[in-house]
Ligand binder design. Sequence first.
Ligand code: 5AD
Ligand code: SF4
Length: 433
Amino acid sequence: MNGHDSELMESVLISSGFQRVDSEAAANIVILNTCSVREQAEHKAIGRLQQLARRKALEKNFYLGVSGCMAQNLGLELFRRVPALDFAIAPGSIYAIGEVLKRLEHGEKQIFLANGDIETFAEDDTNFCRRKITRVSAFVTIANGCNMNCAYCIVPKTRGRETCRPINNIMHEVQFLVANGVKEIILGGQIVNFYGIRKIPFENGKSPFVQLLEKIHTIDGLERIRFLSPHPSGFRDDLIRSYSDLPKLCPHVHFPIQSGSDRILRAMRRSYTRRMALEILGNLRRSIPAMAISTDLIVGFPGEMEEDFHQTEQLFNEIDFDMAFIFKYSPRAGTSAAAMGNQIPKIISEERNQILLKRLAVTSLRRNQLFLNSHQSVLVEASSAKDPRILWGYTPHHKKVFFPAPEKMIGKIVDVKITRITTCALTGTLASE
Ligand code: 5AD
Ligand code: SF4
């Protein structure tokens, strides 16, 4: 979502008359779009800001800003930590970036916009028309914020209560993107499968999210639909069936499990059990051929005993993840887990992290092997940075494929025969245009 927010700010700035430059040194305005999920990211951002602040003393016409979760999390404290900072904008107010810069030009100082300071998700919002389309795949925000209360997570504080975007407005954006060459969309929000759950009634047993998928599926010219991320609770049969009913819905799910131990899931306040999660993933793998599954996992959550970690290792054996993002638990001030006893020493989290990474290398290789010698339809994104004669793109299962082909293939869906695999990518040859 942060990557997408950066793109949105860029589009708003360009349409307000600003220009993009190629290097930080050439810029008069530098905005750090920040993440607060782990402490280290915040430390790094503060360090970078303090470095950049030195330019303020030397260049009269230089503006420095922070956007994203850290702006909401630290608020006015940021101006104390970095006195040269000109502005801080929380994730919910980034559309106001153009106006903030105008206010600075008029001499205002240290401007702070929190979540809720500007209206988001208006029914008739047309800001998306200002989007600069650079890729064949585009992210589309359908909801923002989160009403869950996971013990480790800062997001409910930084992105606020869940708000969801009206269906018609989402449809307009997707239609606009497709009319401008986009072939794949990624629907995004903190918990996409809870989309509209309190506002839109179920229809024939279908949740508002599944209704949204069905509507988007009707858009001609759109080839692929993905979403990020669902919550394991609320991943019901209607959504599992969508994968068979809607051919544009890609056979890959990012399913953040967080832990394989019921005791830890309960302590994390994750409202599902290991068995429930396994059942959903089992159903998905049974009903959709070679369904790709990726996940998020936290190791070293307070109180995670050897036995709990062992349960997570076991889960790894049972699921064979295609990909997993493994995080070492990072205590975040203001979350309930930060105040828990039994914090796990860093050295143990690191050890557990390494064990899972090693196992992931085995499972992702095994999963990629399923595709060796097969033909895959690849949505071509770009040429490789190392060699412009090599293009890359993704298969429906979200496997990255490299293959030699002329540049004119970029943006197309092509048939590639897979000839080699590694843990993180596939290589192949073009079978047809
Ligand atoms: N420490 C470590 N990882 C975290 N995540 C969220 N909060 C924390 C934290 N305090 C991870 C979760 C989530 C992903 C985006 O970041 O796994 O799914
Ligand atoms: Fe954080 Fe939990 Fe909400 Fe995900 S569901 S954003 S982990 S509070």
